[in-house]
Design a protein around this ligand. Structure first.
Ligand code: SF4
Length: 86
């Protein structure tokens, strides 16, 4: 969900969506699934996900991922980077 202004924001599919979907609690699976369906058809999903992976302070659904999923992705990336440098 958009909280800062970026050049790709005008293309965001969630601009007119219910913000509650994108900031649902982990147990609210139906809302999370709805947000992810919106993200799946978003033309700026790649840019959105890239920003969310870089900025660990962002909350909610970004680029079709939850905070937990992004944390896991960052850990996998750090592990891969560590293994390559070892
Ligand atoms: S990927 Fe999802 S959260 Fe990101 S801009 Fe598109 S609809 Fe919004």
């Amino acid at each position: 969900m958009l909280t800062t202004e970026q050049s790709w924001h005008p293309g965001a599919r969630c601009r007119d969506a219910d913000p509650e979907l994108f900031f649902a609690k982990a147990a609210e699976r139906a809302a999370i699934a709805s947000a992810k369906r919106i993200c799946a058809g978003c033309p700026v999903r790649e840019q959105c996900l890239s920003q969310a992976l870089e900025d660990e302070s962002l909350e909610g659904i970004w680029g079709g991922t939850t905070e937990r999923e992004r944390t896991a992705a960052r850990l996998r990336l750090r592990l891969t980077t560590f293994r390559r440098s070892a």
